[in-house]
Design a protein around this ligand. Structure first.
Ligand code: NAG
Ligand code: ZN
Ligand code: ZN
Length: 319
């Protein structure tokens, strides 16, 4: 009895204080409080004083921000999800599922808060709307089996505070709760981070390999062959050291590779006074170890040097 009196007093106060509009969204009547910019369910007692005063108006409804995601959907299966519906707000969508051959559609609704779901279904424009209403409380999942070709989905956030997450799927398996999807996001984020890390490592590896190749290419410019016995090189280095080519008048090319001697390239002058690129003659000698002769005059380099040594020794002996 006291409650009824209190309700009436509140009702009258609201009527005096609030400036409310009656809205019709998909055939459902809602009250729009222009002062607070809030919708309230009909017959609900709203903390922000919206129930009771009804000023018929159509231009105020529906609010453009009530469309919380793409308004029109025609895929035979899909989902709508909103990460946050402000308290006491309305979202609505329209589904055109004529393409779907099955007569019934399975809806899955998930919410993190208290939601009021209203789904109007109908077969064609002129057929009557069949109204389905669901009151879904916190952290729950619900499945609805509804027949029809067209669906008007209306979600009304009943929460006074906090943003509510809502997901509505049609003809799809429920994708798990928001906690799970949060985990999936975390997993995929860490996966992406790991992938980036992996790609960095691979890039680094490729770069080092490239650098190594480049540096080996540089060394190959000097030695295209890899000698397993370097004793002959050390022998040649002592007897006919590699020098930087600095003779501007010489135009004869190296007769091993037939390339010109460029200023600053490394050359060896054999005891027979014939000039070759260091890497060319080294390779030549290396290949013909048993018969190490000058490619031009065919004089044996080692014999020649030993002869030279001998002649020097002889000269010394003569002295
Ligand atoms: C949905 O309802 C229709 C009939 O209304 C029925 O034939 C169909 O099997 C139902 N589907 C599920 C998954 O319950
Ligand atoms: Zn050469
Ligand atoms: Zn020679």
């Amino acid at each position: 009895m006291n409650y009824i009196i209190l309700t009436v007093i509140v009702f009258l106060l609201q009527e005096i204080l609030a400036d409310c509009y009656k809205c019709t969204i998909f055939g459902s009547e809602f009250i729009l409080n222009k002062d607070f910019n809030l919708y309230c369910l009909p017959n609900s007692i709203c903390s922000e004083a919206c129930s009771g005063v009804i000023i018929p108006s159509t231009e105020a409804c529906p609010r453009s921000d009530s469309i919380c995601s793409t308004y029109f959907h025609s895929e035979s299966s899909g989902s709508i999800s909103i990460l946050g519906i402000s308290p006491l707000n309305i979202c609505y969508w329209f589904l055109d599922l004529r393409k779907r051959t099955k007569s019934s559609t399975i809806f899955d609704a998930e919410t993190t808060g208290h939601m009021y779901f209203k789904i109007n279904s109908y077969e064609d424009e002129n057929s009557p709307r069949i109204v389905h209403e669901y009151d879904i409380t916190k952290e729950s999942k619900s499945e609805f089996n509804i027949t029809g070709k067209y669906f008007e989905i209306l979600v009304f956030s009943m929460a006074i505070s906090g943003d509510i997450k809502v997901k509505v799927l049609w003809n799809q398996k429920s994708s798990g709760s928001y906690e799970e999807s949060k985990n999936i996001i975390i997993i995929s984020a860490s996966g992406a981070a790991f992938l980036i890390f992996l790609m960095c490592i691979i890039a680094c590896l490729i770069m080092t390999i490239r650098k190594k190749r480049e540096s080996s290419r540089v060394s190959q410019q000097i030695y295209e062959f890899v000698p397993d016995d370097c004793s002959f090189i050390s022998h040649m280095d002592t007897n006919m050291p590699s020098k930087l080519f600095c003779n501007k008048t010489l135009i004869d090319p190296c007769c091993i590779c037939f390339e010109k001697f460029y200023l600053g390239c490394f050359v060896r002058e054999l005891p027979c006074n014939h000039l070759f690129h260091t890497h060319c003659i080294d390779e030549w000698i290396y290949m013909k170890k048993n018969y190490s002769s000058c490619p031009l005059c065919m004089k044996n380099i080692f014999d020649f040097t030993s002869q030279l040594d001998n002649s020097i020794n002889n000269e010394r002996a003569l002295d």
